[in-house]
Design a protein around this ligand. Sequence first.
Ligand SMILES: O=C(O)CCC(=O)C(=O)O
Ligand SMILES: [Fe+2]
Length: 203
Amino acid sequence: MLLRIRIATDSRRESESSAVKIKDCLEQNVGFRLISLISLALNLDENFFTKIGALDSPVGFLRLLHYPGEIPESKKGSYGASAHSDYVMITLLVTDGVPGLQICREKDRSPQLWEDVHHVEGALIVNIGDMMERWTNCTFRSTVHRVVAVGQERYSAAFFLNPNYDCVVECLESCCSETSPPRFPPIKSGDYLMEQIRVAYSR
Ligand SMILES: O=C(O)CCC(=O)C(=O)O
Ligand SMILES: [Fe+2]
């Protein structure tokens, strides 16, 4: 199981440093190791997702982000990234330590409560994605997050890990019962991603 990435960086050191940190993580198979831990937490074999073939040809996307520090008066109060959850299995996120990232623990609650994600030097931020939420029938909820503008330039790098496009994401047996039936129909990972991207770009 090998994931190859080549990082095309721009000339900005901060951006490069976040990207290099993510690359180090990937070289140490951090994403797959986290998925093994999630499997164990679900009382599954630690290689469950490998054994079902979900990671035969995993699909990764790397997003390098730059949030400008200066915000025009007309855009004050606007977000660097509006509230969303990632479509994926899991996301690995490295930031340059500038604040702005917030999470909402209880996404179904109204009004939503937002908490700052404090920077921990050397630590990686891991988001559970929507596909993992579907697989686990909401045992693992996907993390709703946003980035608010804090008037400081900010760099981050996000690596999105997905199963093979032809992998069927369906409720795990251990995550449903008569009283808790599957909440989502089975769907191929590639179809799910394409649909989410289509919806996002048609807004
Ligand atoms: O920049 C960040 O800290 C978060 C980025 C993010 O949520 C995303 O790219 O999906
Ligand atoms: Fe995100």
